[in-house]
Design a protein around this ligand. Sequence first.
Ligand SMILES: Cc1cc2nc3c(=O)[nH]c(=O)nc-3n(C[C@H](O)[C@H](O)[C@H](O)COP(=O)(O)O)c2cc1C
Length: 158
Amino acid sequence: MPIDKQEFRRVLGHFAAGVTVVTTVGDDGKPYGLTATAFTSVSLEPPLVLVCVDKRSDSHAHFHTSRVFAVNFLAADHEPLSRRFAVSGGDKFDGLGIHQSPTGAPLLPDALGYLACRTVDVIDAGDHTIVLGQVEAADAREGEPLLYFRGTYRKMQQ
Ligand SMILES: Cc1cc2nc3c(=O)[nH]c(=O)nc-3n(C[C@H](O)[C@H](O)[C@H](O)COP(=O)(O)O)c2cc1C
């Protein structure tokens, strides 16, 4: 018997996750992006990562058609940025001063780290699409991450 949806969500919430904003560029040349915790590294050789994008999100179509995306790791003080990218509609990039990654996908200023990826596969997975990318450029800086645990934003405590 399949697990109850509410219970599934509740249990998943107990897995602490780093928060990312995953971005891409549309056929119209505009930047698109969403807050995502469903990100993971996949392979070191070749360097592969994946992100799971909800089919109901506005960005979904653009991740499907675009061949590039970037994963921006959010820092501890980026909760407002995460909230901004977790809402559909409007120009989420307005006033952010984004710059282009080497693959063309937009990078957020001051991210803790980024991975610039070229899409190598899109895999149908229930109500989400798995976007698999090969990393072509990456960088990171010193700092603390933004975390998400049991439905709330957290900071690391040492
Ligand atoms: C902490 C957090 C994590 C999220 N993780 C994901 C995720 O991994 N994949 C996803 O598709 N949506 C995720 N979402 C939801 C999207 O950010 C949200 O649906 C967003 O509005 C989609 O934007 P869009 O419709 O403009 O594409 C997450 C939201 C929050 C607050």
